[in-house]
Write a protein that binds this ligand. Structure first.
Ligand code: NAI
Ligand code: MG
Length: 496
């Protein structure tokens, strides 16, 4: 097995890595697209293609759903829970063994700094480990119907689950959906984003090595329109987990409605970080920086709206700007503090927000420009950007930018901060920094968000249910609640 250093050196000199999967993963084997077509994935740090993969369509989806259905009915749903758990546990071990390769591939494909990709791979291993242990604890209930009856319930697997995966957290989103689905006894067809197809394919190979029977996990690659749309509309799909944009999520929900297929939607966010004057200033600075500049701000739960108490504001924002200007940008594999954004399209979208803001007279405190990898002069980079003292109705405050752009709003006190925080069409997460724990928990009770982070943004892991309210979607992934979303309750009542 090659070391991380060897893989990085190879990827940087060759611009690619040998042995990347090129086909779909269907029925336990690699297969080319039925149409024979393929497409390229780009390395955002060089703005250049680095590998090709299968460009799937409805024909491939048909094969994958058929394979999943057979595997579900013939093997997986009747595989004892403890045996399922052992396979998932083995998968967690294999993911850990392969951390370097998975992380380097993830960095090349998505542009995220290698250290962040390694964190994502560790998170993926944790997802399999966590749900491995949950397989044989999926217990039903009994009902007190009296001595002449027997009443009980079972958590049945829902059937064949589709996973539509975005490009910002390819392996971790894949793992947090696939692991609980398999733990529940479901078979899966996953469709990774066309910008980042490779780690989902590698994950499928690892699961096969871990002992997963053929057909239980299938991966179809290709575009959303050509491969994603036929998957979510397929009548053989029993559940859809979708992570991505609001617009596409609405379309997925409509397509699923035609078959009355259940959906979990993890959509956008515009998450507030409330920083009160009594906070631990350094922890808050670190937290706000990570909340918006990790993964170049391309995180559904990014803390993109800083709401800071007036007495703290001036110095705090000055420090943030200084830190933002000092961030070292670069290719994902050169250990930067911030990497490129994922695509040309995304870069244009981010620049468009700032250009429109400037055109209406908004002042940009720092950043606000495209740039490049200082070493190569290549790549899709946008400078860490902060826009101070924004009006609550400004487009920058209202819309998800999905890039390294932080808006700042000034609050008079905690109540005002709460009102500003909840004034959004989104409600995914919220952060609070204060030394006053009672105040923090009172705010947490009133914040409209699926999860609230107190004094550490992004705190928590696979144990903690995750999902949104309002236009951020509904349903919860992660935690035991995430497992139950792949189950359906069957109640049995018998006269004895
Ligand atoms: P998207 O929502 O279109 O893509 C996400 C996934 O959905 C990809 O796998 C894509 O192939 C698939 N998809 C696209 N159309 C589909 C369809 N009709 N049926 C089934 N699957 C389909 O998002 P996109 O275009 O990549 O990014 C646009 C914006 O969405 C971003 O600027 C960002 O604001 C937001 N976004 C939010 C994410 C999140 O984590 N909540 C993740 C990715 C994007
Ligand atoms: Mg790519």
């Amino acid at each position: 097995m090659q070391s991380k250093q060897e893989l990085v050196a190879l990827a940087l000199s060759a611009g690619t890595l040998p042995g990347l999967p090129q086909g779909h993963f269907i029925d336990g084997a690699s297969s080319t697209a039925a149409s024979g077509r393929s497409m390229e994935s780009f390395d955002p740090g060089r703005a250049a293609p680095f590998a090709v993969f299968a460009r799937g369509d409805a024909g491939d989806v048909e094969a994958a759903v058929g394979s999943a259905r057979r595997a579900f009915e013939q093997t997986w749903r009747d595989t004892p829970a403890a045996a399922r758990g052992r396979i998932l546990q083995r998968a967690a071990e294999l993911i850990r063994e392969e951390t370097a390769r998975l992380a380097v591939v993830e960095s090349l494909d998505s542009g995220k700094p290698l250290a962040e990709a390694e964190g994502d791979v560790r998170g993926a291993a944790r997802a399999f480990e966590y749900y491995a242990g949950a397989c044989d604890k999926l217990q039903g209930d009994t009902f007190p119907l009296g001595p002449d009856y027997l009443g009980y319930s079972l958590h049945e697997p829902v059937g064949v689950a589709a996973q539509i995966i975005p490009w910002n957290f390819p392996i971790s989103t894949a793992a947090r959906g696939i692991a609980p689905a398999l733990a529940a006894g479901c078979a899966v067809v996953a469709k990774p984003a066309e910008q980042t197809p490779f780690t989902a394919l590698l994950l499928a190979e690892l699961l096969k090595r871990a002992g997963l029977p053929d057909g239980v996990l299938n991966v179809v690659t290709g575009t959303g329109a050509e491969a994603g749309a036929p998957l979510v509309a397929h009548p053989g799909i029993d559940h859809v987990t979708f992570t991505g944009s609001v617009a596409t999520g609405i379309g997925v929900m409509k397509a699923a409605a035609d078959n009355v297929t259940r959906v979990v939607l993890e959509l956008g966010g515009k998450s507030p970080v409330i920083v009160l004057a009594d906070c631990d200033r350094k922890a808050a600075l670190d937290g706000v920086m990570g909340a918006i500049f990790e993964n170049a701000g391309q995180i559904c739960s990014a803390g993109s709206r800083l709401i800071v108490e007036r007495s703290l504001h001036d110095g705090f924002v000055e420090d943030l700007c200084r830190r933002a200007e000092a961030l070292r940008l670069g290719h994902a594999l050169r250990e930067p503090q911030m990497g490129p954004v994922n695509s040309d399209t995304q870069l244009g979208r981010i620049a468009g927000f700032i250009d429109r803001a400037r055109a209406r007279g908004v002042d940009v405190a720092t950043g606000g420009a495209e740039t490049a990898d200082p070493e190569s002069g290549q790549g899709w980079f946008y400078r860490p950007t902060i826009v101070d003292d924004c009006a609550p109705d400004d487009e920058l405050v209202r819309e998800e930018i999905f890039g390294p752009v932080l808006t700042v709003q000034i609050a008079e006190d905690a109540q005002h901060a709460l009102a500003l925080a909840n004034d959004s069409q989104y409600a995914l997460v919220a952060g609070v920094y204060t030394a006053d724990f009672a105040k923090a928990h009172r705010l947490a009770a009133r914040l409209d968000a699926g999860q609230v982070y107190i004094n550490e943004y992004f705190a928590g892991g696979i144990e903690v249910p995750f999902g949104g309210n309002k236009k951020s979607g509904f349903g919860r992934e992660k935690g035991l609640e995430g497992l139950l979303s792949y189950c359906r309750t069957k109640s049995i009542a018998a006269r004895i």
